[in-house]
Design a protein around this ligand. Structure first.
Ligand code: MSS
Length: 366
């Protein structure tokens, strides 16, 4: 097909056959391409940049990268080499764009038309932020947000707040957050925020600031537009603003990855239905599958290891299918008892779609 876009230079090392290239800054994993071994291979992981990434040279000498820590009793600038001697934590977690599933909103929100593939489960490794903060005398009194600033150059003549990627999350998110320099055992590549990235597990993609150059504990949320106006939960037709809820924590969600599309070669008989289930802020504890579009449900089983509450788990269900058309759906419940809903929560920009109805796969068995 002629509308297949090439991978941009900074992502040339990715597996084009597993991806959907929406644009140079928005690249999605195909539904069937996450594999069934829990961890998403890096060359198939989605990419989302709000602005073009910094020059590739910033990852040439990662140990020299610097980050300022502000809003603590003893503010300090560290090199990445110094951070590596301060603590170590490996964090398996789902990285998912706030807009994953946007393509299923009927009002056609603006922005990338992600289906299911703006998500992956990876292991980030770095230093716990709590350890760093403790070494710097603790957070200053009165600070209620943790604010990370991305390392992109701000083009001259532009209002920095209109382009700067700077996100604030509630201070409590510090508990499990890390500053990461490694992903899936490899030095963090530029495409995923190398040399250093703020990782806030359980929170949507945008809160995980790439090429992070400052981490500040602040009294107010960042004045950047990406914090004040974008990533807000506003009613359909209403522009987002500081008066609306910010897109932070992820809700429980699951989707089927295999079969991944109507496949005429599916033959009657036993079919293994597989997928992924994430719990958001708590472990996925239950997964159900429906072969009749959600009229009836049966419990499926998790396959593979449990890598903690922020990771997803793969599931499988064997159905004996006679010839016909089937609407396959999956629905997860997390350890806090929250069940993935049938309906999406309508919102203007199409964030946080976790509706099981929207994520169904229709198949044809012959
Ligand atoms: N960071 C920075 N610095 N910049 C940009 O642009 N983006 C966001 C995050 N971070 C950015 C950052 C988003 S938005 C997302 S999703 C993420 O990132 C992605 O990641 P990867 O690695 O996959 O590419 Mo939505 O919510």
């Amino acid at each position: 097909v002629s509308d297949v876009k090439p991978l941009p230079d900074y992502a040339k090392w990715k597996d084009a056959n597993s991806l959907i290239v929406h644009s140079a800054n928005t690249i999605e994993t195909q539904r069937g391409a996450v594999g069934s071994s829990v961890i998403t291979p890096l060359n198939r992981l989605f990419i989302r940049n709000n602005v073009s990434p910094p020059p590739a040279g910033i990852t040439d000498n990662p140990d020299a990268w610097q980050i300022n820590i502000e809003g603590v009793r003893k503010p300090h600038t560290f090199t990445l080499a110094q951070l590596k001697d301060m603590g170590l934590q490996a964090l398996p977690m789902v990285l998912q764009c706030s807009g994953n599933g946007r393509a299923y909103f009927p009002h056609k929100p603006g922005g990338t038309q992600w289906t299911v593939g703006a998500a992956g489960c990876v292991i980030f490794t770095g230093v716990p932020i709590a350890t760093l903060v403790e070494a710097l005398g603790g957070v200053q009194d009165g600070m209620v947000y943790m604010t990370g600033t991305g390392g992109e150059e701000i083009p001259a003549g532009l209002d920095p707040n209109s382009v700067r990627v700077e996100r604030s999350v509630p201070l409590e998110a510090m508990k499990d957050a890390i500053l990461a320099w490694e992903v899936n055992g490899e030095p963090l590549p530029l495409a995923h925020g190398g040399p250093l990235r703020l990782i806030v597990p359980g929170y949507t993609g945008v809160n995980n600031v790439k090429y992070v150059k400052q981490l500040a504990f602040t009294k107010a949320q960042s004045p950047a537009s990406i914090q004040q106006n974008s990533y807000r939960f506003s009613a359909v037709g209403e522009k987002g603003g500081p008066q609306h809820e910010s897109i932070w924590e992820m809700p429980p969600k699951s989707w089927i990855t295999s079969p991944s599309s109507p496949d005429t070669s599916l033959k009657a008989g036993p079919v293994v239905i597989g997928g992924v289930a994430m719990g958001g802020m708590d472990s996925p504890s239950k997964i159900e599958v429906s072969i009749d579009g959600g009229k009836s449900w049966q419990e499926a089983r998790f396959v593979g290891p449990d890598l903690g509450k922020y990771a997803w788990r793969q599931f499988a269900f064997t159905a004996d299918l006679k010839p016909g058309r089937y609407n396959l759906a999956s629905r997860t419940t997390n350890a806090a008892g929250q069940t993935q809903p049938a309906e999406r929560a309508e919102n203007n920009r199409g964030y946080n779609n976790n509706s099981w109805q929207d994520h169904m796969v229709e198949i044809n068995v012959t």
